[in-house]
Ligand binder design. Structure first.
Ligand code: PLP
Length: 371
C-alpha cells in the first residue's frame, strides 16, 4: 500500500483552523447561552442571506429540518409525497416521520437526480399532496417542470438541500417557488458541525416562525405551548463553529472543484470508468464525486483500497428496497435506472484538505485500473 487516503479528514480541518474554532468555543462557553444564544440567530441570518432567502430556523439535524418543513408546509396524516428513489435514508424517512407516505420515482442517469417529468406528472395528477425535491451530490436538479406543475396543482414543494450548500443553477440558488428549503450540518457535509445540525429556510417568514415554535415544544412565548412540538435545537457552540466554517465556504468549494477537475481529466477516455457530468448551467460544488463503473464497481473499490484510497457507495440500495420502507411506500413507474446506478456508483475522497500528492496518486490509481 503506497499511501493511506481516508474518505474524510476532519482532523486536518481542525489542525488548520484550531485557533478560530477554540476561540468560538470559548466565546460561547464564557457567555453561557449554550442554547439559543446569539450565535444561533446570527447563523440563521447568515445562511438565509447566503441562500438569498428571507429567514431560517436552526434545528437539531437535517432530518429534523425536513420533518419540520414538511409539517409546516401542511402535510396531513396519510398524505403522499413524491420523492427520489436514490438518496440518503432521511429523504424518505422524514416523510414517514411527518405522517406521510413516500411515492418513489426513478432517476435520470445523466445527473442521478429524480426524473423531473415523473415528479411533475405526480403533482399534476393530484396523486400527491407535495413534492420533496432532493438535490444530490452537489448539484441542483432542474426543477423547472416540477415548479410549474406544483404551482398549477397546489402541491407543496420542499427542497432537500443537505448536499448542495453553495450550489446554484442558471445563476439562482435553490428555493425559488418552494415552501421551504432544508440544509444539513452533518459532519460529512461541506459546512459540517462537530455533531448534528440543520436548518429550515424560506421566503415565508410565518412558516419559519412555525418551525421555531415546533423545534421547541410548540412554545409560543411565556409558558404557552400552542401545538405539540419536539426539542430540536442547534447548540449555540455548533452555530459558532459553523460560522467559522462558513467564512471558508468559497475557498473550500473552489478547492473541491479543482480536485474534481483533476479526477475528471484523469478519467477522460477511460475504458471502464465514467466521470460525473456537470449539468448545463449548474455550479457543481462537489459535495461528493460519484463515478459510474458499469462493470465490476466492487473490483475498482478493492483495487483502490489496495492502493490506500478509501471509497464509498452513495447509495447501494434504491430507497424503496430498504426493509423499513418496503411496506410503507408506493412506487410510481419503473425503477430500472436506480437499480442499475446502485450497482455502478462509486465515490472518491473529495475534501479541501487533500494534498496535491494525494490527488495525484488517486488519479494515477484510476488510470492504472483497466477493469
Ligand atoms: C440528501 C440528504 N438528506 C437529508 C440528510 C439528513 O441530514 P442529517 O444527517 O443532518 O439528519 C442527509 C445527510 O445526512 C442527506 O444527505
Amino acid at each position: 500500500m503506497s499511501q493511506s487516503i481516508p474518505f474524510m479528514r476532519l482532523d486536518r480541518q481542525f489542525e488548520a483552523h484550531k485557533d478560530d474554532f477554540m476561540a468560538a468555543v470559548e466565546t460561547v462557553f464564557s457567555h453561557g447561552g449554550v442554547l439559543q444564544g446569539k450565535e444561533v440567530a446570527q447563523l440563521e441570518e447568515r445562511i438565509a442571506g447566503f441562500m438569498d432567502l428571507k429567514a431560517g430556523a436552526a434545528v437539531g439535524s437535517g432530518t429534523d429540518a425536513l420533518v419540520l418543513a414538511l409539517t409546516a408546509a401542511g402535510i396531513q396524516p396519510g398524505d403522499k409525497v413524491a420523492v427520489t428513489s436514490l438518496s440518503f435514508m432521511a429523504s424518505a424517512s422524514a416523510i414517514v416521520l411527518a405522517g406521510g407516505v413516500p411515492v418513489f420515482v426513478d432517476v435520470d442517469e445523466r445527473d442521478y437526480q429524480a426524473r423531473g417529468d415523473l415528479l411533475a406528472e405526480l403533482a399534476s395528477s393530484g396523486k400527491v399532496r407535495g413534492i420533496l425535491a432532493v438535490h444530490l451530490y452537489g448539484q441542483l436538479a432542474d426543477l423547472s417542470a416540477v415548479r410549474e406543475a406544483a404551482d398549477k396543482s397546489g402541491a407543496f414543494l420542499v427542497e432537500d438541500c443537505a448536499q448542495v450548500l453553495g450550489a446554484a443553477r442558471d445563476g439562482a440558488f435553490p428555493g425559488r417557488g418552494a415552501r421551504a428549503v432544508c440544509v444539513s450540518f452533518d459532519p460529512t457535509k461541506v459546512i459540517g458541525a462537530q455533531g448534528s445540525g440543520g436548518m429550515v429556510l424560506s421566503d415565508d417568514e410565518e412558516l419559519i416562525e412555525r418551525v421555531r415554535r415546533l423545534r421547541y415544544h410548540g412554545h409560543a412565548g411565556g409558558r404557552v405551548y400552542t401545538e405539540i412540538g419536539r426539542n430540536s435545537q442547534l447548540p449555540t457552540v455548533q452555530a459558532a463553529l459553523l460560522s467559522v466554517k462558513l467564512d471558508h465556504e468559497l475557498e473550500w468549494r473552489r478547492r473541491r472543484q479543482d480536485i474534481a477537475l483533476a479526477y475528471t481529466e484523469a478519467l477522460a477516455g477511460h475504458p471502464a470508468i465514467q466521470a460525473p457530468r456537470v449539468s448545463d448551467g449548474a455550479e457543481h460544488i462537489f459535495h461528493k464525486y460519484v463515478m459510474r463503473v458499469p462493470e465490476n464497481r466492487d473490483g475498482l473499490a478493492a483495487f483502490l483500497k489496495e492502493r490506500g484510497v478509501a471509497t464509498s457507495v452513495h447509495y447501494s440500495k434504491p430507497l424503496p428496497e430498504q426493509p423499513c420502507l418496503k411496506n410503507a411506500c408506493e412506487v410510481h413507474g419503473g425503477l430500472d435506472t436506480v437499480f442499475r446506478l446502485t450497482r455502478e456508483v462509486l465515490s472518491l475522497p473529495i475534501y479541501p484538505e487533500l494534498t496535491e500528492d494525494e490527488v495525484a496518486s488517486i488519479c494515477t490509481a484510476l488510470q492504472d485500473w483497466r477493469g
